[in-house]
Ligand binder design. Sequence first.
Ligand SMILES: [Zn+2]
Length: 139
Amino acid sequence: MDKVKEVSLKEFFLLVDKSDTKVCKTCTKELYLSWGNITKEMDQALNVIGAFLNSDCYINKNGYTEFHLEGTNYWSESAPIAIAYYPYHESKIRVCNECSAVFLNYTDYSGHAPQNRVRLVRKNLIVLDDCDFDLNIKG
Ligand SMILES: [Zn+2]
């Protein structure tokens, strides 16, 4: 099995900065401000870039713990994208081949048939609490 490429926080932020905010028919990103099930079309359009560098360490440490601020929950459109916490720490990083929007993607197994879920990354929601995957994000 191929090893998944590990993406540092610095590389991740570069991807997010490059992403286009225009409407895109290919990825329909405006429908994925919170987690939603991926469609076949999206699955084909989103290139897999990799997983977060050292994510195993945070999967072990934080397990299924989620990180929230002021009344958000898993489904909130404003829920923080807390990279060290579930389910972000186990997500793959994917990029739309049309508009370069960045998505996170993981398989949810909680009490139902596995669901392949995807969420658009918006920079203002990214939270680095407990996150020292790669402290040189400014370097
Ligand atoms: Zn797109």
